[in-house]
Each structure stands twice: as structure tokens, then as C-alpha cells.
Design a protein around this ligand. Structure first.
Ligand code: TYD
Length: 133
């Protein structure tokens, strides 16, 4: 499985631009949760885990940051800096968010409700899980 960058609709307007996400049109999953990460101090890293079941779409609604992904074999680096681009992350993919610009805002649309049991926080255990797939 590989991460996928999707382009969301954008309505460019002299009054300001507008983009949106529709479950049926843009996502391979039903939306169970939306959360956001903000006020990240310079140099901090978020994520550092994989999910057993959760699929996510990450959008840089404001500012920019890098999404570093690992599927057990290969690493991907995706820089998000447009509020109409998103990265779709399948389950069982290691992710780290870093290099946040000042005032950046990450919004994450998820296929599950929050459940700590769904997290894999150890990279070696993640790799073992992948090798069983
Ligand atoms: P965590 O997922 O570890 O953050 P990161 O985005 O860096 O991976 O979550 C940080 C804390 O927030 C942790 O105590 C769990 C809590 N949390 C919720 O309560 N609900 C949520 O939807 C999420 C994503 C986290």
C-alpha cells in the first residue's frame, strides 16, 4: 500500500478561496472523526506511530509541514503546503509530521473514533505486523 495525494476542489474567488471534502467523492472511508493539530512549536514532531485499522486524510489547512510515511519497506516524504491538497494514508502505515511552519494547522479526517488500542507506537512491532500481512 502506498500513500496517495489527492487534490480537493478549489473555488478561486477574489473574495477568498474555498475548498471542501465530501465523504462519498473524496474518501475511501466513512468519516468517524475530525481532529486538528495546531500551535506546534518550531522543531517539534507529531505522530510517530501507525494505526492497525484507522485510515486518515491529512490536509495542511494553513501553513506547511512534512508528512514522513513508511510502509515497512519504503519511506515517502510528502510536503503539504496547499489547503486543497491532502494525503490519504491507509491503515498500517507509519507516519510522522514534522517541519511545521509558524501558525500551521493540520486537519485530519479519520475512519475511526479515537482508540489508543489502535495505535502501534513501536517501529519494530509495526514492521513485524507488516510482515504478517
Ligand atoms: P497522539 O495521537 O499521540 O498525537 P499525534 O498527533 O502526535 O500522533 O495524541 C495526543 C493525545 O491526544 C493523546 O493523549 C491522545 C489524545 N487524542 C484524543 O483524545 N483524541 C484523538 O482523536 C486524538 C488523535 C488524540
Amino acid at each position: 500500500m502506498e500513500p496517495k495525494i489527492i487534490q480537493l476542489p478549489k473555488h478561486l474567488d477574489a473574495r477568498g478561496n474555498l475548498s471542501f471534502i465530501e465523504e462519498e467523492s473524496h474518501l475511501p472511508f466513512k468519516i468517524k472523526r475530525v481532529y486538528w493539530i495546531y500551535d506546534v512549536p518550531g522543531g517539534e514532531i507529531r505522530g510517530g506511530h501507525a494505526f492497525k485499522e484507522t485510515e486518515e486524510l491529512i490536509v495542511a489547512l494553513s501553513g506547511s509541514f512534512d508528512v514522513i510515511l513508511h510502509n515497512g519497506k519504503k519511506e515517502f516524504k510528502i510536503s503539504l503546503n496547499r489547503s486543497y491538497n491532502g494525503v490519504l494514508i491507509p491503515k498500517l502505515m507509519w507516519r510522522q509530521l514534522e517541519n511545521f511552519s509558524t501558525n500551521s494547522l493540520a486537519v485530519i479526517v479519520a475512519s475511526t473514533e479515537y482508540d489508543e488500542q489502535d495505535y502501534i507506537r513501536d517501529f519494530d512491532i509495526f514492521k513485524k505486523n507488516k510482515s504478517l500481512c
